[in-house]
Each structure stands twice: as structure tokens, then as C-alpha cells.
Design a protein around this ligand. Structure first.
Ligand SMILES: [Zn+2]
Ligand SMILES: [Zn+2]
Length: 556
């Protein structure tokens, strides 16, 4: 296939799935990658720490000029070490994001001498082959988030990445509406826009809007206040610091990631803490309870996080007393409802008050744009084409509908998913082919986990393990005595105690060995496979269960 000199775009992740954002822009043979993020595992991914996009397409995509990172959230930078392990390309970001990438890379030993470079200042461009990349400031829930205006031979593409239109951000610059409007007047070929909240009506609201809700609670509390939020939400840390200062409380940061982000943000001038406001955790616990505000990691109920340990009285440094107040100032990421719920149960058992965000009392605000903001952006940018990005399919779908409602021609709005190769030219936008995409599972040792391993873990977790121990006499070809079947976590039958089923299972094993030819019996692997197949078939039919079956052969 000869490569066209059209503009082509493909997401290796993040379109029709939450997280794992990685987009490739190609013109002719020249490519740039925007973001390289991970996805967090769900409950069924037993033992999997992170999921990274399958990136084999990058091997043959053409000349890769660089990776551009829009901001430092894990779903945008977490896969950088895996990309750099295979491709020696420069990575461009802001200084803040670069610090976070460095920290990520330091945990991997596969990448030597990464070229971590800085993006140009806002409004200026840097050239990558046929792409001139301009950065624009964006308000988001992490410092120094950027939108990109990609000036390509085919036209200008505005890639919003994650953003919202916060008119009053607590720190840093807000989204640059003026420049967006100017780009719109000059003509924008395509808008690639954040769909995370595309199913939410109204405006998301400013970071400034969470302050009154939290402040009121803090003012009314005669005891310790604990606020949990994402460590990277430096704006929220700034809001908390201002509230603490106004209420004559000291602030302490609890949890290594919150300390890390606070340190980087302070060094880069993104977090202002008046002298004497911040104290150590140890000092905070010595102060009178009404003089303390603790900013704590663990908003998603992660079992090893600071707040999860505090909730069960196992933190070591922080111990809560009845009447202390815990404020959950973060989004509940879908899939984490149970772990957060359990943590709140524990906190309540210890006598703490717990407040979560509600329409009545807002203690958290999202970093992503709601429908009115997306409409406003469409009106400003007036793109010829809209491609919703960053979201599950239903959110992309809602965003596409907004685009049509805002006046875009239906044929100019493209609902694409990861792996769809999109071609844009003056006349239109189409999906021209599918490229290989997928998920790669990584466990705590940072090694890849095979799908087979994951399937086994699921079987064990769901239906347990069955180990038939078979004594075989290779000469005579008979099973010596009766096979012993050891089980763990396997419930054979609801009705009887399972003896009947296991006796029958023993007969199935005997029959499987008896039916094997002398050659099959001589080959342990073949014999095992035979036993496994027969026993699996029997247990599935008899018990509707599929335990992991591990035959053990003892030769006599
Ligand atoms: Zn983000
Ligand atoms: Zn994101």
C-alpha cells in the first residue's frame, strides 16, 4: 500500500475505552505521537497493575519524529517507558510533566538516556517534519496541561486532550479561548476533543467553586479535617492550603505521591504555601485537633494508600479520633465504588464523619468539560470535522451528537474507535482501514502477563483448583489403585456434599488413563493433557464450573 500524502490519524488507545490514550498523526511517511498513557486494571484483571496499549503499529508506521505529552496524568504518560524501550525518540512536554515522566522512568531499567525535551512556550511552534506543533494552555486537574494546534499541510488540527473551560483556575493559566477563536477564524480542519463528560449537561464549574463547600465544612468542624484527593491535583492542594490558612489550621501532606507532587509543584512555583503553614505529619498529630488539616492520598480506596490504612487503624503516623471529619474531594473512578465504599465503612466505624461530593454540597469538581463547554468550544473553533476522543463509546457518541446539534454536517462528524485509521482531506473524513491494536497487561514486577496466565487466575478465583494425582505403571499401563483428587476452592455440588461428583471424577480419570495408548502413557505431557480434557469436560457438564485442572502423574 503506498502511503498517501493525506493527513492520517489513528488512536492506539483511548477511543471507545477509558484511559490508555495514544494517538498517532501521520502525513506521508512522517509521524508524531500525542500522549502514551496506561489504563488502570479492573477487578477481573487479577494481579495486573497497569494496562498499556499494544504499540506494534509504531514499528511500521513510518518515521517517528517524537512523542508529545499534553499533561502528566497516568492515562497520558504512563506508557512512555514501554514506548521508549522500543523506540529511541525524543519526548516533549512541559517541565512539570517532565518531572513526572522522569519519576516513571526511574522505576524502569529498560530505557537508557531518554531524550526528554521541553515544548515551546504557549503560542509558539516546534516543527516535526511536516507538522508545526503549537501549544495552548488548558485548564485541567493537573498543572500545565496543554492543548495542541497541529499545523499540517492538510490544515490545522486542534487536539484538546483533557481540558475544561475554567474561567477561574486556582493556579496557572486557564484555557486560552482567545487563541482558539482566532484559530477558528483562520479555519480549523478538524477538532479532536475530550469526551469524558460529554454525557453531562451544563458547565463543569470552576476549581473556585469547590472552595465554599469545603470551607464551610472545615469552619464547622471542631476536630481534625482529613481531605483526600488525587495527588496530582495541585490546584486542589492549593485550594486546601488557602482554606487551612484562612481557618488557622496547619496543613500536612500524607502519602508519598502527594508529597512528591507538592514538592515538584512548589519547586516550579505552582503551589504557594505561606511560611509556617505546612507542618510534618508527626507535628500535625501533636497539635490540637481543631488546628489541623491533612491532605491524604487514597481517594480511590487503594488498599495500600494512606487513607485506606488510616481507615483500619494501620497507618502508623495518623490515627483518627471520633468526631474527626473526612472529606472525599475526588472523582469516583468507575470500578472503584466498592473499595471506596468499604473504606468509608471503616472510617465511619472509627467514629469519623465522612462527606462525599453531592449536588447539595460540592466538595469536588471535574477537570473535564461538560456539554455546554463542548458546545462553546465548537462555536469558537468552528471545525470542519469533529472527532470525539478520550472516552467510552457512549461518551464519544454523546459528543458526536452534540457536534451535529451544533450545526456540523453529519458526514463531517466521525465516531471512530481505537485502531481505526482516519483519513482527513479537504473533501471529507473517512476510516480507511483497521490497524492492529490491543492491551498489554503488566504486573507488579513490571513484566508482561500473558493472557493464559490471566485466564488461569480467573479460573482459580472463580472456580478453584482441582489436582488429580494419578499413579501410573508405565509397563502395565494401569492406574495403581484409585486416583486421589485434591481440591482448593472448588465446590463440586450444591445439593450433596460433593462425594458423588468426586467419585465419578475419579472414574473419569481412570477411564482417561485406560483409554490412552502405551505411547501416550509414556509421554507425561500427553497423558496430562488427556486427563485434563476429560476431567474438564466432565466437571463442566456435571457442575457447570471450570476450575483450573493440574494433573500430577506419579510413576511407579
Ligand atoms: Zn487528564
Ligand atoms: Zn485523560
Amino acid at each position: 500500500v503506498s502511503r498517501s500524502s493525506h493527513l492520517e490519524i489513528v488512536a492506539l488507545g483511548g477511543l471507545g475505552e477509558f484511559g490508555m490514550n495514544l494517538m498517532l498523526y501521520r502525513h506521508g511517511d512522517d509521524c508524531i505521537v500525542v500522549d502514551a498513557g496506561i489504563m488502570f486494571p479492573r477487578q477481573e484483571h487479577l494481579g495486573v497493575e497497569v494496562i498499556v496499549p499494544e504499540m506494534s503499529f509504531l514499528e511500521s508506521c513510518g518515521t517517528l519524529h517524537g512523542v508529545i505529552l499534553t499533561h502528566g496524568h497516568e492515562d497520558h504518560i504512563g506508557a512512555v517507558p514501554y514506548l521508549l524501550a522500543r523506540h529511541d525518540v525524543p519526548v516533549f512536554s512541559t517541565e512539570y510533566t517532565r518531572e513526572l515522566v522522569r519519576a516513571r522512568l526511574s522505576q524502569h531499567d529498560g530505557v537508557r538516556d531518554p531524550r526528554l525535551k521541553l515544548l515551546p512556550p504557549d503560542g509558539q511552534t516546534r516543527t516535526f517534519g511536516p507538522f508545526a506543533v503549537e501549544t495552548l494552555p488548558a485548564a485541567h486537574s493537573i498543572p500545565r496541561a496543554k492543548m495542541l494546534a497541529l499545523h499540517t499541510p492538510a490544515g490545522v488540527v486542534v487536539h484538546t486532550a483533557d481540558f475544561k473551560l475554567d474561567p477561574v483556575p486556582a493556579a496557572g493559566a486557564g484555557t486560552d479561548l482567545g487563541r482558539l477563536a482566532q484559530l477558528g477564524r483562520d479555519g480549523v480542519l478538524a477538532l479532536m476533543s475530550d469526551s469524558t463528560n460529554a454525557d453531562r449537561p451544563g458547565f463543569t464549574g470552576s476549581e473556585a467553586s469547590v472552595r465554599p463547600g469545603i470551607e464551610e465544612l472545615v469552619a464547622a468542624c471542631p476536630n481534625r479535617v482529613v481531605v483526600t484527593t488525587f495527588a496530582s491535583n495541585v490546584q486542589r492542594l492549593q485550594t486546601l492550603a488557602r482554606i487551612a490558612a484562612g481557618q488557622r489550621r496547619k496543613i500536612a501532606f500524607v502519602g508519598s505521591s502527594i508529597e512528591f507532587h507538592a514538592e515538584v509543584a512548589q519547586r516550579l512555583g505552582l503551589l504557594e504555601l505561606p511560611r509556617g503553614l505546612r507542618v510534618s505529619v508527626e507535628r500535625a498529630m501533636q497539635l490540637p485537633r481543631r488546628e489541623v488539616l491533612l491532605a491524604v492520598t487514597g481517594s480511590q480506596g487503594e488498599p495500600l494508600s494512606a487513607l485506606a490504612r488510616i481507615s483500619v487503624g494501620k497507618h502508623g503516623e495518623v490515627e483518627l479520633d471520633p468526631g474527626d471529619l473526612v472529606i472525599h474531594s475526588a472523582r469516583v473512578i468507575p470500578g472503584n465504588e466498592n473499595s471506596i465504599g468499604r473504606m468509608i465503612d471503616h472510617l465511619l466505624r472509627r467514629g469519623a464523619e465522612v462527606v462525599t461530593s453531592s449536588p447539595r454540597r460540592r466538595v469536588h469538581v471535574s477537570g473535564h468539560p461538560s456539554q455546554d463547554e463542548l458546545r462553546l468550544l465548537l462555536q469558537l473553533v468552528r471545525p470542519r470535522h469533529l472527532v470525539p476522543i478520550h472516552g467510552d463509546y457512549r461518551q464519544l457518541h454523546a459528543h458526536a451528537r452534540l457536534g451535529v446539534d451544533a450545526g456540523l454536517d453529519r458526514s463531517n462528524v466521525l465516531l471512530a474507535e481505537s485502531g481505526d485509521l482516519i483519513r482527513i482531506h479537504d473533501g471529507g473524513i473517512q476510516i480507511t482501514e483497521r490497524v492492529h491494536v490491543g492491551q498489554v497487561f503488566i504486573d507488579a514486577t513490571l513484566d508482561q502477563v500473558d493472557l493464559d496466565v490471566l485466564r488461569d487466575r480467573r479460573r482459580i478465583a472463580g472456580d478453584g483448583i482441582v489436582v488429580p494425582v494419578v499413579a501410573v505403571d508405565r509397563e502395565k499401563g494401569v492406574v495403581n489403585g484409585y486416583p486421589e483428587i485434591v481440591t482448593r476452592g472448588f465446590v463440586p455440588d450444591r445439593d450433596d456434599d460433593g462425594d458423588g461428583v468426586m467419585r465419578e471424577a475419579g472414574r473419569v480419570v481412570v477411564a482417561a488413563v485406560a483409554a490412552a495408548s502405551p505411547e501416550e502413557r509414556a509421554d507425561e505431557a500427553v497423558l496430562k493433557a488427556r486427563i485434563q480434557t476429560e476431567l474438564r469436560r466432565f466437571l463442566r457438564r456435571r457442575t457447570q464450573r471450570q476450575p483450573l485442572i493440574i494433573p500430577v502423574i506419579v510413576e511407579l
